[in-house]
Design a protein around this ligand. Structure first.
Ligand code: NAD
Length: 419
C-alpha cells in the first residue's frame, strides 16, 4: 500500500475478499496503481509572474478498459488522495459494469485565487503535462471538485491541438456544443435516485413518506433533494458549508435551491429554521445523505447518527471506523461506488457518442441510465441476500468478481500450471 489513505480505503474491499470468488493475483494487482504521474505546471499569471503548480494523474487499473476518473482543483490535493480516488473508481466502474478501469487526476491549487484567464492557462498546462498518459483508449478525464464543463472544454481543445485532430472521446463532461451529452450534470443525482428507489421497499418497507436529510446542498445534493421531494419523500433538513436548515414538516427544496443559486449559500434561507450543521447528521430520519465531503461521518461522530439508511452520494463520506459503528447500530449503508455511479455511467455514454460520432437525446440517456443503475442495484441485492452480507460488502463482491473475471481471462497461475 502506498500510504494510510489507501490502506483506509482498502478496508471495505478487504471485508469482501473472503466472500468473493477471486484469484490472489487480482489482490496483488490492486495493491499499487498501474501508473502514477506527478507533473509541474508552470503558469504565467496576469501580473507577469510565474507560478508552478503540482499536478497528478493516476491510472490505478485498466484491466477492464481505459481508466476513467475526474480531475479536481483543490489546495490540498496530493498523490495519496488522487491514488485513493482512482482506487475507488476501479471498483465503481466494475460494479456498474461500464468498460473502464479506475483513474483520477488533480492539481494542487485554490481556484478561487485565480482569474478566469489564469485558470484557463492552468487547465491547458495540465493537459500539456499529462498528454502522453491520457487519451480515449488509455485514460479519460472528467470534471470533479472545482472543475466544470468550461474547464473540460479548455482541456479537450488543448488535447486536440496537441494530437492535431478532434478526439471528442478523450474527455467527458464537456459542454454540449463541444460533444457533451444531455443529462450529464444531473447524472449523479439521477443515478442515486434510481438506486434508492430500487432499494426502497427492502430498506423502508413501513413508510409512505420517508424522511430525508441532505448534507451538502451542491450540484449532486440539491438536485437529489429536489427529485426526492417531487417523488414523495419529506426532505426535513439540508446543509451547505455555511448553514443548515431544518423543518420536520418538510422543506420547500425548490425555493431553497433558488435561494442558494441567487445568494451562493443557505444562510438567511426563506424556509425552515437554521440549525447547527453538525446537528443535521444526528437527526432521526429514514435516509441520511452525505453529499459534501470525504470523511464527514467518522469514528468520533458516527454514534450520533440516528438514520436508518445512509446513502453515500459523496465519495468516501463514511470512514472505515464509522462503518463498524453504523453497521453495529443496524444502519444500512448504501455505498458510494453504487450510489454515485450515475456520473461515470453517463460519462460512458458520452465516450460512446464521441467514438461513434452519434448524438444521444435526453430521453435515451435517461432510459439507459435507469436501466444500468437498477441492474447494478439488483446485482448487489442478489449477492447480499445469497451470501448474507451488508450492501457495502456485497457491492465490493460484485465489483471484485467482475475484475477477477477480466484478470482470469488474461491467464492466471491456473492457466499456466493447469490447476
Ligand atoms: P459541489 O461542490 O457542487 O457541492 C458540494 C456542497 O457541499 C456545497 O454546497 C458545499 O457548500 C457543501 N459543503 C461543503 N462542506 C460542507 C460541510 N462541512 N457541511 C455541509 N455541506 C458542506 O459538489 P458536487 O459535485 O455536488 O459533489 C459532492 C460530492 O459528491 C463530492 O464528494 C463528489 O466527489 C461527489 N460526487 C459528485 C459527482 C458529480 O457528478 N457531481 C459524481 C460522483 C461523486
Amino acid at each position: 500500500m502506498t500510504d494510510d489513505l489507501l490502506a483506509d480505503a482498502s478496508r471495505r474491499p478487504a471485508r469482501a475478499v473472503p466472500h468473493a470468488e477471486i484469484s490472489d493475483e487480482l489482490r496483488h494487482r490492486l495493491e499499487q496503481p498501474a501508473s502514477s504521474l506527478k507533473v509541474s505546471i508552470p503558469v504565467r499569471m496576469d501580473d507577469g509572474t510565474l507560478r508552478v503548480f503540482a499536478g497528478y494523474r493516476v491510472r490505478f487499473d485498466d484491466t477492464r478498459g481505459p481508466a476513467k476518473g475526474g480531475i479536481r482543483f483543490q489546495p490540498d490535493v496530493d498523490v495519496r488522495e488522487v491514488t485513493t480516488l482512482s482506487y475507488w473508481m476501479t471498483f465503481k466502474t466494475a460494479l456498474v459494469d461500464v468498460p473502464f478501469g479506475g483513474g483520477k487526476g488533480g492539481v494542487s491549487v485554490d481556484p478561487k485565487e485565480l482569474s478566469t484567464a489564469e485558470l484557463e492557462r492552468l487547465a491547458r498546462g495540465y493537459v500539456a503535462a499529462v498528454a502522453d498518459a491520457i487519451g480515449p483508449e488509455t485514460d479519460i478525464p472528467a470534471p470533479d471538485v472545482a472543475t466544470n464543463e468550461l474547464v473540460m472544454g479548455w482541456m479537450a481543445d488543448e488535447y486536440d491541438k496537441i494530437v492535431r485532430g478532434h478526439v471528442p472521446a478523450a474527455f467527458t463532461g464537456k459542454p454540449l456544443a463541444l460533444g457533451g451529452i444531455p443529462g450529464r450534470s444531473s447524472a449523479t443525482s439521477d443515478g442515486a435516485f434510481h438506486v434508492l428507489r430500487t432499494l426502497r421497499d427492502q430498506l423502508l418497507p413501513d413508510t409512505d413518506e420517508p424522511t430525508v436529510a441532505v448534507q451538502g446542498f451542491g450540484n449532486a445534493g440539491s438536485q437529489l433533494a429536489r427529485s426526492l421531494a417531487d417523488a414523495g419523500y419529506r426532505v426535513v433538513a439540508v446543509s451547505d458549508s455555511r448553514a443548515a436548515v431544518h423543518d420536520d414538516a418538510g422543506l420547500d427544496v425548490h425555493v431553497l435551491a433558488e435561494h442558494k443559486r441567487e445568494t451562493g449559500s443557505l444562510e438567511d434561507a426563506p424556509a425552515g429554521e437554521e440549525i447547527d450543521p453538525d446537528e443535521l447528521l444526528a437527526l432521526e430520519v429514514d435516509v441520511l445523505i452525505p453529499a459534501a465531503l470525504e470523511g464527514a461521518i467518522h469514528g468520533d461522530n458516527a454514534d450520533r447518527v440516528r438514520a436508518r439508511v445512509v446513502l453515500e452520494v459523496a465519495n468516501g463520506p463514511v470512514t472505515a471506523d464509522a462503518d463498524d459503528i453504523l453497521t453495529e447500530a443496524g444502519v444500512e449503508i448504501v455505498p458510494d461506488i453504487l450510489a454515485n455511479a450515475g456520473g461515470v455511467t453517463v460519462s460512458w455514454f458520452e465516450w460512446i457518442q464521441g467514438r461513434t460520432g452519434d448524438r444521444w437525446d435526453a430521453a435515451t440517456v435517461a432510459d439507459r441510465l435507469e436501466q444500468r443503475m437498477v441492474a447494478a442495484t439488483e446485482d448487489v441485492v442478489r449477492v447480499a441476500e445469497e451470501r448474507d452480507l451488508p450492501l457495502i460488502t456485497a457491492a465490493y463482491v460484485v465489483a471484485f468478481e467482475r475484475l477477477s473475471a477480466a484478470v482470469d481471462a488474461q491467464g492466471t497461475v491456473r492457466t499456466y500450471n493447469g490447476g
